[in-house]
Design a protein around this ligand. Structure first.
Ligand code: FCB
Length: 463
């Protein structure tokens, strides 16, 4: 079996470097009876939205199997588990708290803590309650204020028990894929302006939600047991298809539009330059004071990384992405491009003086896994983790402050518009039986994590 090895004396081998696995609520939980419907439930019901016409009704049935899943997480030898809370499992349509739902997360966090595993919580991983979408969703400014209320409830219940709270996961996906490209829930809305306008407005309200929630979390959670407060964003280096000026400009436009549009306002209170190049009808409506609210200090930045993106000039939209070709693509059709992780980390580090410490909050690959006699030989995934951990090591060597790494994902799950056709897990899920099987990648990571722990204990014994 292939192993994952790290350079001798790498920061990645230190006991302070946090290793974890990640999931999100809608992708694993199931049990829709225990929560309010969300935009993904509605989206799944529409024709031609999900590749295999599936939905999140059962997913990995985690709500009923969470104790076994906690055992699984512990067996892996991780330091931390990153998961998200389903907003509609915590706040009912009438605004009351759903105590059964909230207790689920309290029990989960307590069980993890008992076993020495840190909880890293994300408040919003795309499952907006449908009752808020019915009032305009992220196109309605009010949603940002409802998000802050929800954040307050979670802070009171879990704030002192978790290691970190991230407001949003990948607002790019919620805004751009959801309202602009229309391949994610809820899809573009009739009578709400151009798609570009909708994407930019949704992004602005998500950013506002982040700022409002962070202000409130900061007020409520201070002192010794306070969790680190931050956000999780996705980044992809944007490369030009050719060296032509037009393609280079397109790639730069895409970088500002997809990567910087979210991070820059949070760190500086300003949108990237291209904001001014957009037609005025496509710009988001911004109220006085919004940019200051968005510009809150962050304790950490979560970086999700999967691949790079290649762009070419497109007269109508300014840029368009060019699908990857060639050998060795993942089942998502994505190129494996580990050096892109080092590149984007260095780019951000060089651009922002106030870049907070970074956690790689998602990194992983979908492959064609086959479970044969309880064995899944996912060599491509082992290689992927190996090359991307080295990419993280390289970024640290060049001065970027990176504190941890979370593999996406703990287990195979509902991959949004791809349904269950894509397997990103390090644990294989047989959806018919819900049986979980450690893939060889899980075993390789487990070896790495356990070796590090035993080294750490040996040092402690000597001391
Ligand atoms: C990210 C999402 C995560 C998962 C991975 C493959 O964009 O945050 O939920 O779908 O991609």
């Amino acid at each position: 079996m292939k192993k994952i090895t790290l350079p001798y004396h790498s920061v990645l081998s230190r006991p302070t470097f946090v290793y974890g696995v990640a999931t999100s609520s809608f992708q694993i939980e199931g049990d829709i009876a225990g929560r309010e419907p969300c935009i993904w439930d509605t989206f799944c019901e529409q024709p031609n939205t999900i590749k295999d016409n599936s939905n999140g009704d059962t997913a990995c049935d985690h709500i009923h199997r969470w104790q076994d899943d906690v055992d699984l997480i512990c067996e892996l030898g991780v330091d931390a588990y990153r998961f998200s809370i389903a907003w509609g499992r915590v706040i009912k349509a009438n605004g009351e708290i759903n105590h059964t739902g909230l207790n689920f997360y309290i029990k989960l966090v307590e069980a993890l803590a008992k076993r020495g595993v840190q909880s890293h919580v994300t408040l919003y991983h795309w499952d907006l309650p449908q009752y808020l979408e019915d009032k305009g969703g992220w196109l309605n400014r009010e949603t940002a204020y409802r998000f802050a209320d929800y954040a307050g409830v979670v802070a009171d219940a879990l704030g002192s028990k978790v290691s970190s709270i991230a407001t949003l996961n990948e607002p790019f996906c919620s805004a751009y894929l959801g309202y602009e490209a229309g391949i994610h829930a809820p899809g573009p809305q009739p009578h709400a302006g151009s798609r570009r306008k909708q994407g930019r407005q949704a992004a602005h309200h998500l950013l506002l939600a982040h700022g409002l929630a962070l202000q409130l979390l900061r007020q409520r959670l201070s002192g010794q047991n306070a969790p680190q407060l931050g956000v999780v964003l996705n980044f992809s280096p944007c490369h030009p298809l050719t060296d032509s000026t037009a393609d280079r400009e397109a790639a730069e436009f895409a970088h500002q539009y997809h990567n910087l549009w979210y991070l820059q306002p949070m760190l500086t209170g300003t949108y990237p330059h291209i904001h001014n190049q957009l037609a005025s009808a496509d710009r988001p409506s911004i109220e006085p004071g919004d940019m200051d609210i968005i510009n809150q200090p962050l304790d950490f930045l979560g970086v999700n990384y999967y691949t790079r993106t290649v762009f070419k000039a497109n007269e109508q939209h300014g840029f368009s992405d060019v699908p990857a070709t060639g050998d060795g693509l993942t089942t998502m059709g994505w190129e494996v491009y580990a050096q892109g992780l080092t590149e984007i980390l260095l780019t951000l580090d060089r651009q922002f003086d106030n870049l907070p410490p970074i956690y790689i909050t998602e990194n992983g690959v979908a492959t064609d896994d086959v479970c044969d006699k309880n064995e899944v030989n996912d060599v491509m995934r082992v290689d992927y983790f190996q090359s991307h951990l080295l990419a993280v090591h390289d970024a640290i060597e060049q001065g970027v402050d990176i504190r941890g790494y979370f593999a996406w994902s703990l287990m195979d799950n509902f991959e949004w518009a791809e349904g269950y056709t894509q397997r990103f897990g390090i644990v294989y899920v047989d959806y018919a039986t819900q049986r979980r099987t450690l893939k060889n990648s899980a075993k390789a990571l487990q070896q790495l994590f356990l070796a590090r722990q035993s080294q750490h204990h040996a040092v402690e014994d000597i001391c």
